[in-house]
Design a protein around this ligand. Structure first.
Ligand SMILES: [Zn+2]
Length: 404
């Protein structure tokens, strides 16, 4: 591929579609050069004609011709590990999910089995999508733990005990021969919601995931924020009561002890609802889902109360986050988001009454569009739009092969 071909391919990789005028403005190339390169790429099936954008609405005349990456040029793979399951999804390069699967597995306790299952499911899904491994641009892994973004080592002895010191990216690369990137689950959730979900029109977004874990993903001025070591957004360990219960992190009174799936379900243990919850070997996420069902469908008062209390606690904690970061929008995701307005109403009240009213515009608090799929959708989006140079090289190679 020529240098100009790569620059324009990069542009359609990052944007849904571009017109010749926009591409000329963004790259500094002449309109004639952009037009010539795009027509060549289109002839070889690397890009395709795209629908007009919303910004193209003009009173008269035809909207400008737009180009997008050919969705069928390759595929992306997203893998989500949670304490009790692995989920794998394969999408085309338009980020339409072609197929996905979820398998229950003791992920936290058995690193090798988790790696084997993810590799096997990826091979099966690629086959069912009719795509050879060589057509996979990359694979992004979502983990419910902090990850060192430089060396890819998992630094946790508590959330995923058998994973401490291991390199899941290296293991999956060895098994599959597809380049791999690792990211934290809530960091991928915020990418799903800002790129393809409920927060597309905002540039300053905090996404909160409340499932077994409790974390947040942050986007500032349109860019994901990970912090110096990649551990920003550990909302679950925000101290809400210095004398509160001891947390697995070694601190006391962490938010996690009040709002996470375990805290919510444990508080119901001695109620009639608790007998059903703890009568069988469910995971914390499954128990939380049952609590939400009993609150919404059966109107169980104890289940309703614990969700409302959780919303209130979360709202107060998020008020501090909002006072610090001043986001336009807070997106509530994870299993707890399925409680809808039962959670959201007390959360909004607590958040708005504890945020500093410096502007007349209050922060929007909305529910996740993707719910428990947010992490895997964010992973797919990062294959295409993330900064990994090996993903870019694979895409150039696929485009070069199409043009050969
Ligand atoms: Zn803690």
């Amino acid at each position: 591929m020529t240098g100009n071909g790569r620059r324009l391919l990069d542009l359609v990789r990052l944007e849904r579609s571009v017109s010749i005028g926009e591409a000329a403005d963004r790259t500094g190339l002449s309109r004639a050069t952009v037009s010539e390169v795009f027509n060549g790429l289109r002839h070889h099936g690397v890009v395709v004609a795209a629908e007009p954008a919303r910004s193209d609405t003009r009173p008269t005349g035809r909207p400008p011709q737009r180009f997008a990456l050919n969705p069928r040029l390759g595929v992306a793979v997203g893998v989500e590990f949670e304490e009790g399951y692995v989920r794998v999804a394969v999408s085309d390069l338009g980020l339409t999910v072609l197929d996905q699967r979820r398998r229950s597995l003791p992920v936290a306790e058995d690193f090798e089995a988790a790696m084997d299952a993810a590799a096997e499911m990826t091979v099966q899904l690629l086959a069912s999508a009719g795509a050879d491994r060589s057509r996979a641009v990359g694979l992004v892994v979502s983990l419910p733990a902090p990850v060192n973004r430089v060396d890819g080592v998992v630094h946790t002895t508590t959330i995923l005990p058998s994973w401490a010191g291991r390199r899941p990216g290296q293991e999956l690369w060895t098994r599959l021969g597809v380049p791999v990137d690792i990211d934290n689950d809530a960091s991928l959730g915020v990418i799903a919601e800002t790129a393809l979900g409920a927060a597309q029109r905002y540039r300053y977004v905090v996404y909160v995931k409340v499932s077994t874990g409790l974390g947040c993903g942050i986007v500032l001025d349109g860019l994901p924020y990970h912090g110096a070591m990649g551990t920003a957004g550990e909302l679950g360990h925000l101290i809400v009561d210095e004398d509160g219960p001891i947390c697995y992190c070694g601190s006391r009174g962490c938010l996690h002890a009040y709002v996470g799936a375990r805290a919510i379900t444990e508080a119901l243990r001695s109620t009639p609802a608790g007998e059903r919850l703890f009568g069988a070997a469910y995971t914390p996420d499954e128990r939380l889902e049952m609590v939400i069902q009993q609150a919404l469908v059966r109107g169980d008062p104890a289940c309703q109360r614990i969700i409302r209390d959780g919303g209130h606690r979360l709202g107060i904690a998020l008020a501090s986050v909002c006072n610090l970061l001043n986001p336009e929008c807070v997106v509530i995701g994870g299993v707890l988001s399925k409680a809808g307005t039962l959670l959201l109403d007390p959360l909004r009240d607590a958040l708005h009454s504890h945020t500093v009213p410096l502007t007349p515009i209050r922060v929007e608090v909305i529910l996740s569009q993707w719910q428990e799929q947010a992490e895997v959708i964010g992973a797919l989006a990062q294959v295409l739009r993330g900064p990994n140079p090996r993903f870019r090289e694979r895409l150039y190679a696929l485009a070069g092969a199409a043009a050969a």
